[in-house]
Design a protein around this ligand. Structure first.
Ligand SMILES: Nc1nc2c(c(=O)[nH]1)N[C@H]1C(S)=C(S)[C@@H](COP(=O)(O)OP(=O)(O)OC[C@H]3O[C@@H](n4cnc5c(N)ncnc54)[C@H](O)[C@@H]3O)O[C@H]1N2
Ligand code: MOO
Length: 401
């Protein structure tokens, strides 16, 4: 029996670090930068107006007020995008739009609402200090500096910034192509009707969704019979096209453990991990392709994904912190846990108004076939290896899903 942390370390080492590739910025959401992005331009790239109004010299509108407006001749219009902006002669105003370049000579912008909106002459009803409503060159980013560092997760704001400094591609770690395989002679796919003793296959759909959420490209073999020849025939031809194989089922102690029977001695090590659910696990390689074998019970599959695959894949993709957000929460019911095992119970975490901790109630018992309870959960309650009981009202760790 090995610990959760030991198995996680093995799976993380197995997956290693993904290669970096250049991708269009539009395809980089959620991925991690494999390069520093240097700004080749400043942001803003030029002094420009923050308001629709009039570019003026502040000295020319000094003392202006509602009762004593200052009247100036209007020179020209400067819409955003105009490149041939004439300088501003003293005692005049240029009509300027938000984002348009400031004319030489102007040091401030008066909002149109503080004027009569004139097009040949304008009455200005307010003073405007130098710099008012002017966005200065480089006040956000200075050309030549690093706008985004390697290791940054590309969310919407980061991709916006990369685009604003002129990048249309980025070097990012490319997510793996994953083959998801569900084993079990009992598995049936809709619309085939269920006969007694068989069940509808669900693990591959669940795993596929979890993997795609990390950016993985997923292909699936949804139902392989518990037979070594069928298993080999279904998987071996596909190995060349994937970076990782994830199987479910066929790894425990029965007489028909197809995954274990096929891969033992062929590069995959099977072991028991001190956790509940998700005890029977395996990892290794098959013809050089990394393989992670999960137990078949649906809740075990998703808990194993959270405990091992998710952190290993995120690490392989360059994430510095692959952990789920961990919170302390007040437990609403007493829970028990087997000694020596880390238990992951499904829970619902909420945060009543004014509560600084949050509360969590279990959803379903510890058994690993309770898929409906899992579907109502938004967190895993973690009871560590030394804990056998946690009383209601005690604080526990929860991992937010
Ligand atoms: N004598 C022992 N029996 C079992 C042990 C043990 O240590 N000794 N461990 C139990 C635990 S814990 C688990 S978990 C399971 C793991 O068994 P397998 O990985 O071999 O999985 P299967 O037997 O193939 O399936 C388990 C369960 O899950 C259902 N299943 C499987 N695949 C799917 C799927 N794709 N979609 C939906 N449901 C699926 C399957 O029908 C079984 O009910 O072993 C225990 N036994
Ligand atoms: O450890 Mo099993 O994975 O409880 O169902």
């Amino acid at each position: 029996m090995i610990s959760v942390d030991e198995h996680r370390a093995q799976v993380t080492e197995l997956l290693g670090r993904r290669p970096a590739v250049s991708k269009p910025v539009t395809e980089c959401a959620g991925l991690v930068l494999a390069e520093d992005v240097a700004a080749t331009v400043s942001l803003p790239p030029f002094d420009n107006s923050a308001m629709d109004g009039y570019a003026v010299r502040s000295a020319d509108v000094a003392g202006a007020s509602e009762d004593a407006p200052v009247e100036l001749a209007v020179g020209t219009d400067i819409p955003a995008g105009r490149v041939d902006v004439p300088a501003l002669p003293p005692g005049t105003a240029h009509r300027i739009m938000t984002g348009a370049p400031m004319p030489e000579g102007a040091d401030t912008v008066v909002m149109v609402e503080r004027t009569d909106g004139g097009t040949t002459r304008v009455r200005v009803h307010a003073e405007s200090a130098p710099g008012t409503h002017v966005r200065r060159t480089g006040e956000d980013v200075t050309a030549g500096t690093v706008a985004l560092s390697a290791g940054t997760v590309c969310g919407p704001a980061q991709l916006g910034l990369a685009s604003a400094v002129g990048r249309d591609t980025l070097a990012v770690y490319v997510p793996p192509r994953v083959l998801v395989v569900s084993t079990g002679t009992e598995l049936v796919l809709p619309p085939e009707p269920l006969t007694h003793g068989r069940i509808y296959e669900s693990n591959s759909v669940m795993l596929g969704a979890a993997l795609r959420a990390l950016g993985c490209e997923v292909s699936t073999v949804r139902s392989v019979a518990d037979d070594i020849d069928s298993f080999r025939a279904a998987i071996e031809p596909r190995l060349a096209d994937v970076d990782l194989v994830v199987t479910s089922g066929g790894v425990s102690a029965g007489a028909y453990e197809v995954v274990k029977d096929t891969l033992t001695g062929a590069g995959v090590t099977f072991t028991k991990v001190a956790m509940q659910p998700g005890g029977p696990q395996g990892s290794g390689t098959w013809d050089g392709v990394p393989v992670v074998t999960l137990p078949g019970n649906p809740v075990s599959v998703l808990v194993s994904f959270e405990a091992f695959l998710r952190p290993a894949i995120l690490t392989s993709l360059g994430h510095a912190d692959p952990e789920r957000t961990r919170m302390r929460a007040r437990l609403l019911e007493t829970l028990t846990s087997p000694p020596g095992k880390r238990q992951f119970r499904r829970g619902f975490y909420s945060h009543p108004d004014g509560d600084v901790t949050g509360v969590v109630g279990p959803r379903g018992g510890p058994a690993s076939h309770l898929l409906a309870a899992l579907s109502q959960a938004n967190c895993l309650i973690v009871l560590d290896e030394d804990t056998t009981e946690v009383a209601a009202d005690s604080e526990v760790d929860v991992l937010l899903l």
